[in-house]
Design a protein around this ligand. Structure first.
Ligand SMILES: Cc1ncc(COP(=O)(O)O)c(C=O)c1O
Length: 429
């Protein structure tokens, strides 16, 4: 424990530890928070929530959660495969299947559990079945900037969860350069062996860079590997990209069935913590047999099923999202507006989605930048270090007004003027 104490004390001194805030109440994007270090309470305008469609405080969503509690209670008190499956689960799975154009959907408590379940189900056939033997190895290709839930699951993919000493054919994992399809193709041709089962996994929208995976080019590469599987993590894509918020396939004006026609199995992970005002995750596919396997994976059978109010809030939110495409449109308009205004002021805002990372010079501590924005301007943004690039991570949502966004841009400019000189580009001349 001494090593931990020493390490954490040095961490504090280096200023890398996150500032802590506690929320007292929310009204749209206005949030009352306590700065834990000082006990001070302030009301701030938030640009760091993932409530992208602004449904967390929607009356119908809150009511659905309350109704579910009144009907089922606060918990299902069992895993799904034993006695914890409720009708709301089936309704939510059907709703996601229709939204994502893939007929079979399985729910999980969160993205980490969903990804782990997928790797367990795909790589290991854990229950001995008479007459069945698998001798085929798995090759997994992963984008280097994929979310931690993918990294964690593929690192563990070599061993079925909870079965350290069990044996099944090998799993090899290779990373390819970020969104680099040529690199993906060359890694595949170098590492794929004739009898391999091939899986490629990617964030659809990258959570720290706000950019979009090059899906059509990935499909072109994968059609050379018939039977391969393409997993898209749509945590930030659902409700946010595509004309009606259906995610990356709609963004590129194609359907999962186009992948199927090319001999590729499309898998989509949807999460409910962002567009669906709730928590939880789902994996959808066109293969009926995957669903029962996911249902008995260690992260399904070994834990509680999605609680009634959480399920009901997600279900109502997705229904609202499907009925009200104008919400998605508003989110996308706000994203374009804010990105354009930041570019006019020479901010290095990378990516193209409502996740807007503004890259800072290396010598600037993003925590100091964010503190100024909060203390001097009453605006809450997230300071982040990611792959050694300090950044302010801004998330636009459907509830932000032009006035809110102008306030943020003014605060960003004033804070930059205080801390460093911008690089002038052609746009500002
Ligand atoms: C790409 C990606 N996948 C998964 C997750 C985790 O999702 P959840 O918190 O809904 O389980 C996130 C969260 O930010 C994410 O950005």
């Amino acid at each position: 424990m001494e090593l931990i104490q020493d390490y954490v004390q040095r961490w504090y001194k280096s200023g890398l530890d996150p500032d802590e805030y506690i929320c007292y109440q929310k009204q749209g994007n206005f949030v009352e928070i306590e700065e834990v270090a000082t006990g001070t309470r302030i009301k701030v305008l938030s640009f760091c929530s993932n409530d992208v469609l602004g449904l967390v405080q929607e009356e119908a969503v809150k009511q659905a959660a309350i109704d579910a509690i009144l009907k089922y209670g606060t918990s299902n008190s069992s895993c799904s495969v034993l006695s914890g499956r409720i009708d709301l689960h089936r309704q939510l799975e059907d709703e996601i299947s229709a939204f994502k154009h893939l007929p079979y959907t399985q729910l999980f408590m969160n993205a980490w559990m969903a990804m782990q379940a997928l790797m367990d189900a795909f790589c290991h056939f854990a229950i001995p079945v008479p007459g069945f033997q698998n001798h085929r190895e798995t090759l997994i290709l992963t984008d280097v900037l994929n979310h931690g839930c993918i990294v964690s699951a593929i690192v563990n993919a070599k061993t079925r969860s909870g079965k350290v000493f069990s044996h099944s054919p090998g799993v090899r994992v290779k990373a390819y350069r970020h969104c680099d399809v040529e690199n993906l193709a060359s890694k595949l041709s170098r590492h794929a062996r004739p009898n391999d089962r091939i899986m490629v996994v990617s964030d659809a929208v990258f959570s720290m860079d706000g950019d979009i995976a090059p899906l059509p080019d990935m499909l072109s590469v994968l059609q050379n590997y018939p039977g391969s599987v393409l997993v898209m993590d749509e945590a930030h894509a659902s409700g946010a990209i595509g004309a009606t918020g259906r995610g990356i396939y709609e963004h590129f004006e194609i359907l999962p069935s186009d992948a199927i026609q090319k001999g590729i199995a499309p898998l989509i992970m949807t999460t409910f913590s962002k567009f669906a005002a709730s928590a939880g995750a789902a994996i959808s596919s066109h293969i009926a047999e995957l669903k029962p396997l996911l249902n008995v994976s260690p992260t399904s059978i070994g834990t509680i099923s999605l609680p009634p109010p959480t399920t009901a809030a997600a279900l109502e939110s997705i229904r609202i999202c499907r009925k009200s495409p104008e919400l998605v449109k508003k989110l996308q308009e706000n994203t374009r507006y804010l990105r354009a205004r930041l570019a006019e002021h020479d901010f290095d805002a990378i990516g193209e989605t409502n996740v807007i990372p503004v890259i800072l010079p290396l010598e600037i501590n993003p925590k100091v930048f964010a503190r100024h924005i909060m203390k001097d301007h009453g605006i809450w943004v997230s300071p982040i270090w990611f792959v050694a690039k300090p950044r302010i991570r801004i998330t636009a949502n459907a509830l932000h007004t032009v006035e809110d966004m102008e306030r943020l841009v003014t605060a960003m400019v004033a804070t930059r003027n205080l801390l460093y000189k911008p690089k002038i580009t052609a746009m500002s001349m």
